[in-house]
Design a protein around this ligand. Structure first.
Ligand code: ATP
Length: 603
């Protein structure tokens, strides 16, 4: 991306602040004119003092001059203070507002993207966050450089250069001759840093991703005593980062030294030249100070040139990554025109193939039907593709090929948001947001009253446990146990009250009593709704109306529990293995013995 392209991309974000931009530009112009007052005043003072000395009129006549000069310089400084304040404040105001709009735009964009966007390697947590943070930060530096640094400095430099030329063309030429060397050095410096900076960006993303994954997996790390291993992994990235940062600093220091040297050559040449011109009686003695001060006005911004150019290059690097996030239009979730006012919930999946963006083909030629108002179970070993089917039914992903119909209409034709409003999804692990229990349950329906929230918590068998907490519904939801968090997800489902329900291992993290309670609650809510349930616990699915059995991404069997059991196929294999793992014989014997005891006592 070129600087011009970035400026064009930034314009729509800056445009709402047009009056502020104009005010800043005007202040800049006035400020750069005011900055030239000092050399003029100094030249006048030196020449007048020299005249007084030549005419042997010393202090008595000098007071008047000093009073005028001090008045002009202090008056100019007072005006300058207001100009600088206005310029900086308006510049900052533009910067802060544009930064906030950019961040908000990135957040809104990300929320509109499909799940595949987040599984891309460059968009993992931490990496994405670094790209947004760094991108906005760099773009803001660009806005700051332009409105707060470059404009005033360069306006100053140009005005000073013109004044130098007007005063004496030879001095003006010396000042002008230094500039190309300075520019050339600054550009070379920035170019050398360009490659390193791209590397730095990647390393910073990697470092942040690494830290976030350490926090996410801290329990596993500690339980396997892998602290040293994880620290080493980070140390490797850190070492590369240190190396890249040192290269950057070394390059900077080398070029900064060279540039200061070139600048000092300019100062020396101007002193020698102006002294010669004074001795040759071409200019007054005050002109020496006049030109040195003006040259300072020219070289001050040029001294900043590399920093500004550098930051601009940084902005180029990081803004590419940032705008790539804003521009990922291909990742925007697809939607259709159909508003499912009254969905019945019959899903027909025909010859569906599906491959995740990572390249894993999870479904092969799957054909199945999910009937409205019935409970359908998906059964299969881990990785068989059960959750993938739910992902497709929720339109989180689109199939590679084949047809997916809801109530006879292509799923793709449905308005995605409206469709999801009618689907309740409970996963094995559900996200609990930072906030109170009440806020987390209300996520299911923002319009619900406290009474409705409590009713949902009661249905999820969570209400009594909440009442035992010191702050009850206002307690921090993230501090709840895994099973309690699961019940929050189920309470959200009750509150949402959707006609279609997808349950992916909904009771996996619950204890036996809670599993039974929740099963009863879910059995109640299932009535008259279309339910798809995935569970490794056969007790959850034996009484489903239809069971589809998946194996390695393919549908291998379908039928009721009795039909599939009798078939001696994959379902029977899974069933027998489950029974063995539960030690059913022993359990049955214990229950039978207990039954005998009860009978004996009765007789
Ligand atoms: N987000 C993803 N990106 C890439 N591959 C994925 C993703 N999710 C699942 N897969 C792959 O797709 C295949 C099917 O996974 P899926 O989660 O549908 O299986 P499952 O039957 O639900 O398994 P489990 O019972 O363990 O939850 C697996 O090989 C898995 O590795």
């Amino acid at each position: 991306m070129s600087l011009w392209q970035i400026i064009q991309r930034l314009l729509p974000f800056v445009r709402p602040y047009r009056p502020l931009v104009i005010a800043t530009l005007l202040l800049t112009l006035v400020g750069s004119l005011a900055a030239q007052v000092n050399p003029f005043v100094l030249r006048y003072t030196v020449d007048t003092v020299q005249g007084l000395l030549d005419r042997r009129q010393a202090l008595a006549d000098g007071w008047n001059l000093l009073a005028w000069v001090s008045g002009i310089l202090l008056g100019k400084e007072i005006i300058n203070t207001f100009i600088t304040f206005g310029q900086k404040y308006y510049g900052e105001k533009i910067r802060i507002n544009v930064s906030s709009t950019l961040s908000q735009t990135a957040v809104s964009k990300i929320l509109s993207y499909e799940l595949g966007f987040f599984s891309d390697e460059g968009n993992q947590t931490g990496k994405l966050q670094t790209r947004i943070d760094r991108g906005v930060e760099s773009l803001m530096k660009l806005v700051q450089n332009f409105f707060i640094d470059i404009l005033p400095l360069f306006a100053n430099a140009i005005v000073a250069l013109v004044v130098m030329f007007v005063a004496n063309k030879w001095v003006g030429l010396v000042a002008l001759a230094i500039l190309p060397v300075y520019f050339w050095l600054s550009f070379r410096q920035a170019d050398r840093l360009q490659g390193v900076r791209r590397g730095l960006q990647k390393l910073r993303e990697e470092k942040n991703h690494g830290i976030i994954s350490i926090i996410d997996s801290i329990v596993v790390i500690k339980s396997f005593v892998r602290e040293a291993f994880e620290a080493n992994k980070q140390a490797d990235t850190q070492a590369k980062l240190v190396n890249a940062q040192l290269v950057t600093r070394k390059t900077n220091f080398r070029y900064d030294g060279l540039k200061t040297f070139v600048e000092q050559i300019g100062v020396v040449v101007i002193i020698v030249l102006t002294a010669y011109l004074v001795l040759d009686r071409q200019i007054s003695i005050g002109a020496i100070m006049f030109h040195i001060l003006l040259f300072n006005n020219v070289s001050a911004p040029i001294r900043q040139l590399h920093r500004i150019y550098d930051e601009m290059n940084e902005a180029l690097t990081y803004s590419e990554g940032f705008f790539a996030i804003l521009d990922a239009d291909a990742a925007i979730e697809e939607t259709g025109p159909l508003q499912p006012a009254d969905v019945r919930g019959t899903f027909d999946i025909c010859n569906v193939d599906f491959t995740y963006p990572s390249g894993t083909q999870a479904l092969h030629d799957v054909c199945l039907t999910i009937e409205e108002g019935k409970t359908t179970a998906l059964v299969g070993l881990s990785g068989a593709g059960k959750s993938t089917i739910i992902n497709l039914l929720c339109k989180f992903y689109a199939p590679d090929s084949g047809q997916m119909l809801l109530d006879g209409r292509p799923l793709a034709d449905y308005d995605t948001h409206a469709l999801r409003q009618r689907i309740g999804l409970v996963l094995q692990k559900n996200h609990i947001f930072k906030g109170t229990i009440e806020e987390n349950i209300r996520y299911g329906d923002f319009t619900s009253t406290q009474a409705q929230i409590e009713a949902a918590a009661k249905q999820a068998y969570l209400h009594d446990q909440i009442l035992d907490l010191p702050r009850q519904y206002q307690s921090d939801a993230q501090q709840l146990s895994g099973g309690q968090q699961q019940r929050i997800a189920i309470a959200r489902l009750f509150l949402k009250n959707p006609p279609i329900i997808f349950l992916d291992e909904p009771t996996a993290s619950l204890d036996a009593i809670a599993t039974e309670q929740i099963k009863n609650s879910l059995d109640a809510i299932k009535q008259g709704r279309t339910v798809v349930i995935i569970s490794h616990s056969l007790a959850q699915i034996v009484d489903s109306d239809c069971i589809h059995v998946m194996k390695k991404g393919r549908l291998v069997e379908s039928g009721t529990h009795d039909e599939l059991y009798a078939r001696h196929g994959t379902y029977r294999e899974i069933f027998d293995a489950s029974a063995r793992s539960l030690n059913i014989e022993k359990l049955a014997k214990t229950m039978a013995d207990d039954g005998d005891e009860v009978l004996d006592t009765a007789s």
